[in-house]
Design a protein around this ligand. Structure first.
Ligand code: UDX
Length: 437
């Protein structure tokens, strides 16, 4: 089977490579010439566990290739996945410019049947816009060619994307013809051999599923952050509460970890976009509006704890940050709580020494040399008045506290991800604060 995937961003590159891994002949397309030339040389633009080896292996086996021209590979493929970006507009709604450009190129050049599948996260109704644009181009050419559109939202987690793709909980596909359903079944069967859970539905429901899934997960996090803040006030321990409620199978244990707010490319964008979609349709998403508000506030809770610790006098204090990325196992800084924290620290007159195992370059690209980039976690705490744990990378779990205690000028630890034990930290001689207890 031969397919094309347009957009070599996170979703496109991972999906293309994983399809190639199971024997599909994949052409990845991107208009960014530099990116494609670099991929053709085997250079992977993103940090994702296991991706590089898989790309190289499949390129070598000639199942995976890269091109800037969708036109040039269109004749030989039957299915085209569109995984181009849908950046938020200024008002928070998803910008469909790239999605519709792909549709236009297909409509202008297709000669025989194509199934055009949207993988990008797009608002309900996008597939019908894609269909209309393709049809418009066919009509302009005065040709009659059969085609289908479909929606196949992606649920990949950064850092775990390969295994999420190779053994998904489920695959959601919105289709409107038997032919499209058959093609999508054929493509996904190898991933779900023992447990074939492709959920077919109508296209608007598939489009909505992605937003609803991410919004539900974001809601759990904001809910727990709200509970954590209240736990602090009333003297409860959110970790206990979390295990207490998570053991109810109706609630479940996952995505109940309080912290300094969710970030990344999906949750913030998708929550905003769903609020916007509702607004455009004359409806208000009351729960999600609160989810968003709680998250914005949560990004500042560590800073507020610092203000309290120093009675508002932060001028000239040295703050060590462990972690910059929005979560571990990625170099992604999109909507990272660290950015809000750094901004507030610098404005308050603090000096910042930060260390992240992967995101230093990305942070530098965004905020330049406004902070000091430490070469390791011990360098970061040198002469620091306070250490803030921002991203829970594994290497921060068991540091040598004796060394850190000597290296810091004051022994204060603010743990934004609740990874250390309060009692142990206090026994070691640190002033320790975390989230929700
Ligand atoms: C998410 C979805 O999980 C994925 O299905 C979708 O396709 C894209 O968006 P991702 O953004 O890679 O994936 O990260 P995820 O691991 O879900 O974490 C998102 C954010 O939530 C992170 O900032 C993380 O720190 C935060 N989080 C997660 C919490 O604060 N508490 C939790 O319990 C879980």
């Amino acid at each position: 089977m031969k397919i094309a995937i347009v957009g070599t961003g996170y979703v496109g590159l991972v999906s293309g490579t994983c399809f190639a891994e199971i024997g599909v002949n994949v052409t990845c397309v991107d208009t960014n010439k530099e990116k494609i030339e670099s991929l053709q040389k085997g250079n992977i633009p993103i940090y994702e566990n296991g991706l590089e080896e898989m790309v190289l292996r499949n390129m070598k086996a000639k199942r995976l290739k890269f091109t800037t021209s969708l036109e040039s590979c269109l004749d030989e493929v039957e299915v085209i996945f569109s995984a181009v970006g849908t950046p938020p507009d200024e008002d928070g709604s998803a910008d469909l410019k790239y999605v519709l450009e792909v549709a236009r190129t297909i409509g202008r050049n297709m000669k025989q049947y194509k199934l055009v599948v949207t993988k990008s996260t797009v608002p309900v109704g996008t597939a019908s816009k894609v269909r209309a644009v393709i049809q418009e181009e066919l009509d302009k050419r005065g040709v009659k060619v059969d085609f289908d559109v479909a929606s196949n939202p992606e649920f990949l987690k950064e850092g775990n994307a390969i295994s999420d793709f190779m053994s998904p909980d489920r695959v959601v596909v919105g289709v409107e013809s038997a032919r499209a359903e058959k093609l999508m079944s054929k493509l996904y069967k190898p991933f779900l051999l023992n447990n074939f859970r492709v959920i077919f539905m109508d296209i608007p429901s598939a489009e909505m599923t992605k937003y609803a899934a991410n919004s539900m997960l974001a809601t759990r996090i904001s809910f727990m952050n709200d509970i954590a803040n209240l736990c602090e006030i009333v003297g409860a321990d959110v970790n206990m509460v979390r295990s207490g409620i998570g053991s109810d199978t109706r609630i479940g244990r996952k995505f109940l970890y309080p912290g300094i707010g969710y970030g990344g490319s999906c949750f913030p964008k998708d929550v905003k976009a769903l609020i916007k979609t509702a607004e455009q349709n004359g409806y208000t998403m009351r729960v999600l509006t609160a989810v968003e508000e709680v998250n914005e506030n949560q990004k500042s809770v560590l800073f507020e704890k610092l203000v309290k610790q120093f009675n508002g006098d932060l001028q000239g204090k040295t703050v060590a940050l462990w972690g910059l990325a929005f979560k571990p196992e990625t170099d992604d800084m999109r909507e990272a709580p660290a950015l809000v924290l750094i901004d507030r620290l610098l404005k308050a007159g603090c000096k910042v020494r930060a260390y992240d195992p992967a995101a230093t370059q990305e942070c530098k690209r965004r905020i330049g040399d406004t902070i000091y980039y430490a070469c390791d976690m011990y360098d970061a705490v040198l002469d620091a008045d306070v250490l803030m744990l921002v991203t829970e990378w594994k290497e921060f779990r068991l540091p040598s506290w004796a060394v850190i205690k000597k290296t810091m000028s004051r022994q204060i630890v603010l743990d934004g991800r609740n990874i250390y034990d309060k009692k142990e930290m206090e026994e070691l001689g640190f002033i320790y604060h975390c989230i929700g207890k």
